[in-house]
Ligand binder design. Structure first.
Ligand code: GLN
Length: 494
């Protein structure tokens, strides 16, 4: 039965429907293997106990009924603690489920647990987790990417079938690319942010990771719903992402723009460039037109993101004082308020979080807001307009997900600017509020996955999935079980 662990959600649901395996039986198997491989990969901050959150049998029509899902620990859950990967939230038991979590629960999904992440989503490797780093299932000495590194690793290492992640500057797509799975960033507001612990609100998205595009469409059918609890929610009420994904007409003869500046050998490694050129040929063979296009101001993308993002974070994180949330820092009434803040916020936040709070406070301060924050807002506006203009000439954009394959654990952790450079290809979509997807684009000569990214205009999520499905069918580079996971599976006694 253990071969079932390698299936996609839709393949698995066909087995459920045919009565070949019961969801509860599969869930028990899923949890046994998740626990078996966990000491090597360390995807989870909290791993579910058997029997936690059984699906509601009344909800059998749910798009992903009975499928085990892992959840990034930046989304609130009533049955697991929620830490955001931070000491400051240790022991926090949220009183409510994030809307996306609740929709999955109501649709009858099992939860495998809460996945590891860079603290509050700040990072590109999961090494900024206050607890431990996650390992890449393709090479345990490398990072899985971040910040949704635990989510990506859990799907790649057969610990969950699909996962909910979050993406502020690439945190779903980059780890998906590093771990050889699919990662989807929906249009801003298409999945509710209610219950997503806020990092940079104007850039934050809930996204999802899976082994193929069909599973992404099924996830969107469950969680991509309007929500009155999120003031920025703008999801269409009755979208059918599966039907839109299958609508081949919508992408027949479409034109894909390849961003020259994102194919610069000074920026992108040779392995990744080769994979992108192969992807371009795949699209041409699938009947798409390909056009080379220029994106102005590429050198401003990271500075713009790394000003706006800390600015919003410094404001969002002001609420953590060890009193209102979390149980790790009990109040000591002999302290003054100043002393209390020092005693809680210095040890409660990790180095990267403190760096961003300081940076954000600085760029928002009266003397510097015009020079930095307001300037970055204008740059963001120009980027958004530039992208919209590009879409007058092409239907989609193609670019790498990351300039390199997964880097080594410890390799970039002492150099924040080098770490930030991992996000150059992903921040554009967040800044321009467009949907984007990362798909497995084959392996590098040293056996590491390479991500291929597509971006579509705002609100063209269904059509983006149709293009992704077209690519997936023609490329033949979809998810495969990482060699060391296959080895673990072979030695695993059910
Ligand atoms: N790596 C980026 C950062 O550190 C993006 C993080 C994210 O998308 N949550 O901000």
């Amino acid at each position: 039965m253990k071969e079932l662990l390698t299936l996609t959600a839709h393949e698995l649901m066909a087995k459920f429907a045919a009565g070949e395996v019961a969801p509860e039986e599969f869930y028990a198997l899923q949890m046994r293997f998740a626990r078996h491989i966990e000491p090597k990969v360390r995807s989870f901050l909290t791993l579910a106990e058997d029997g936690v959150s059984p699906p509601d049998v009344a909800a059998r029509d749910g798009a992903l009924w009975g499928v085990p899902v892992s959840i990034k620990d930046l989304l609130t859950t009533t049955d697991f603690p929620t830490t955001a990967g931070s000491r400051i939230l240790e022991g926090y038991a949220p009183p409510y489920d994030a809307t996306a979590v609740k929709l999955l629960r109501d649709a009858g999904n099992y939860f495998t647990g809460k996945t590891n992440l860079d603290e509050f989503g700040m990072g590109s490797s999961t090494e900024n987790s206050a607890y431990f780093p996650t390992h890449n299932p393709w090479d345990l000495a490398r990072v899985p990417g971040g910040s949704s590194g635990g989510s990506a690793a859990s799907v790649a290492a057969l610990q969950s079938v699909v996962s909910l992640g979050t993406d502020t500057g690439g945190s779903v797509r980059q780890p998906a690319g590093f771990c050889g799975v699919v990662g989807f960033l929906p249009t801003y507001g298409y999945v509710s942010r209610n219950g997503l612990i806020a990092f940079a609100s104007s850039l934050d998205h809930v996204g999802m990771l899976a082994r193929d595009v069909t599973d992404i469409a099924l996830m969107m059918n469950t969680v991509g719903r309007p929500d009155k609890l999120d003031a920025t929610s703008q999801a269409p009420a009755d979208a059918d992402y599966l039907a839109e994904m299958n609508d081949r007409e919508s992408v027949a003869g479409c034109t894909v723009g390849v961003i020259n500046q994102m194919m610069d050998p000074k920026l992108v490694s040779q392995d990744v460039l080769v994979a992108c050129e192969v992807a371009i040929r795949v699209l041409e063979n699938a009947g798409c037109g390909v056009k080379r296009v220029d994106l102005a101001g590429v050198e401003r993308l990271l500075p713009c993101y790394y000003i706006l993002c800390p600015a919003e974070a410094s404001s969002n994180l002001a609420r953590y004082d060890g009193i209102r949330y979390g149980a790790g820092f009990p109040a000591d009434i002999s302290r003054t308020l100043q002393q209390h803040y020092r005693a809680v916020r210095s040890p409660g936040f990790g180095e990267e979080v403190r760096r961003r709070i300081l940076l954000g406070t600085y760029v928002l301060s009266a003397g510097y807001a015009e020079a930095y924050y307001n300037q970055a807002r204008r740059v963001r506006h120009a980027i958004t307009e530039g992208i919209a203009e590009m879409f007058e000439g092409v239907d989609f954009l193609l670019l790498p997900t990351s300039p390199t394959t997964a880097f080594g654990l410890g390799e970039r952790i002492d150099d924040p600017v080098k770490m930030y450079a991992a996000d150059i290809c992903t921040v554009t979509a967040n800044l321009a509020s467009t949907p984007a997807i990362s798909l497995p684009g084959g392996l590098s000569p040293d056996g590491m996955p390479i991500g291929i990214q597509f971006i579509a205009p705002q609100k063209h999520d269904g059509r983006l999935l149709a293009l992704a499905r077209l690519y997936e069918e023609h490329a033949g580079t979809g998810y495969s079980v990482p060699p060391l996971v296959a080895e673990e599976l072979a030695g695993f006694e059910e």
